[in-house]
Write a protein that binds this ligand. Structure first.
Ligand SMILES: *[C@@H]1O[C@H](CO)[C@@H](O)[C@H](O)[C@H]1NC(C)=O
Length: 386
């Protein structure tokens, strides 16, 4: 096992990229094109979008989601193979109900960057149905319709899908998965959402965090089950489907809930999942070891192209949360510690992601790093064991 750090100099920031050239453990695995990562930026110390592009390219991460339409990111990711989901912030949903405003928003924030920047999806709002804001909840689907119509008007609707991310708290019941149902009080919003997703053939995005289930009930929830470790699991007594990890059970609970409302054909994807590497004293389970196990085990499942027990032949699309620790996130300590990377580009822990880097891209990054060095004059090499 060999590991090499490259240090890329920029004016003020340095970015370390670790290439782990695993041969035995991960060498045979193919990531394909489906691992996604959430590139959150609630921080004041992150590397530049250009440096992030280099990092994602080196890691062969080809799908990313941002929580806005930051032009610096959209420009930095142009002419790369990174597919990007952008977000309409919650506070813009009211405006997007107006077709002219939606068209203006797409014209200003999406159209100028497409197709050089491979924008493939627009998340309209984030966790709106659990926002406790009835006006926002009522505005969501009309805003999605507005955005979709604007895309259609510009001929972009077949390239860019429109959806929204929901928290698992939209479920009334999630156990066993086949009993999954949405909260009855959300039905009047959920029905039109599902109808929109079915009509536009867009996925239902869920933010699924088995960590929370463990944190709130560590004595009864099996850590092995939430961490994708072997020898843990449950059988759904009604469907007889075997679940060996909680996340797949959560995703299938959403599928069953949608089916219960008549929309069993809508694909469920995971827009966020992750595990914090650090938490407050009362945040049981928020440790580096657990975060590494969760993300690493999930990554191996992703590389196998697995589906869930309910849909074994449909690869489950997953976006990890998150690329970086974000120091300005409010809330408990765990909120600021979901990242795979520190802002300086060092790994919080080794999840094995970089194992997929090929020799070719190592050398191309090495030469671009050399070019950067000759300009910036900084220290180039640093070696470290994973
Ligand atoms: C992307 O590539 C095209 C074609 O080579 C070029 O015209 C354009 O300027 C590039 N865009 C960016 C933002 O680099």
């Amino acid at each position: 096992m060999a590991a090499v750090f490259f240090l890329l100099k920029s004016r003020t920031l340095t970015l370390f990229i670790l290439f782990n050239l695993f041969s035995s453990e991960f060498g045979f695995l193919q990531l394909g094109s489906s691992l996604g990562i959430n590139y959150g930026q609630v921080a004041n110390n992150l590397p530049s979008p250009e440096q992030v592009r280099v990092l994602l390219t080196a890691l062969k991460v080809t799908k990313a989601r941002i929580y806005d339409t930051n032009p610096l990111v959209l420009n930095a990711f142009a002419n790369t193979s990174i597919e990007l989901i952008v977000t309409v912030p919650n506070d813009a949903l009211g405006l997007m109900m107006d077709p002219r405003q939606a068209l203006q928003w797409i014209s200003a924030n999406v159209k100028p960057y497409f197709p050089a920047t491979r924008i493939t999806g627009i998340a309209v709002g984030n966790e709106v149905f659990t926002s406790d804001d009835p006006a926002l909840m009522a505005n969501l689907v009309p805003a999605m319709v507005g955005i979709h119509s604007a895309l259609a008007q510009l001929g972009l609707d077949s390239f860019i899908h429109v959806s929204t991310s929901n928290s698992l708290a939209v479920l009334e019941s999630s156990y066993p998965p086949s009993m999954g149902s949405f909260k009855p009080e959300l039905a009047r919003f959920m029905a039109p959402l599902l109808q929109f997703l079915a009509a536009t053939r867009s996925p239902f995005w869920i933010n699924a965090y088995p960590y929370f289930a463990y944190k709130y009930d560590p004595l009864r929830v099996s850590l092995d089950y939430v961490l994708f470790n072997p020898n843990a699991g449950m059988v759904d007594p009604y469907t007889k489907l075997l679940y060996d990890n909680m996340m797949y059970a959560q995703v299938d609970a959403v599928s069953f809930a949608a089916a219960r409302m008549g929309y069993g054909g809508v694909e469920v994807r995971v827009s966020e999942t992750g595990w914090p590497s650090k938490g407050d004293a009362d945040e049981v389970g928020a440790t580096v070891d657990n975060a590494r196990a969760y993300n690493r085990n999930l990554l191996v499942r992703q590389m196998r192209g697995e589906g869930t027990p309910l849909r074994p032949n449909q690869r489950l699309e997953v976006y990890l949360f998150a690329l970086f620790n974000e120091d300005m996130k409010p809330g408990p300590t765990s909120e600021r510690n979901y990242g795979l990377y520190q802002p300086d580009g060092t790994m919080v822990y080794n999840v094995g992601l970089a194992a997929l880097t090929s020799t070719a891209s190592v050398s191309s990054i090495a030469s671009s790093a050399s070019a950067e060095k000759s300009k910036g004059g900084g220290r180039l090499w640093k070696t470290k064991r994973p």
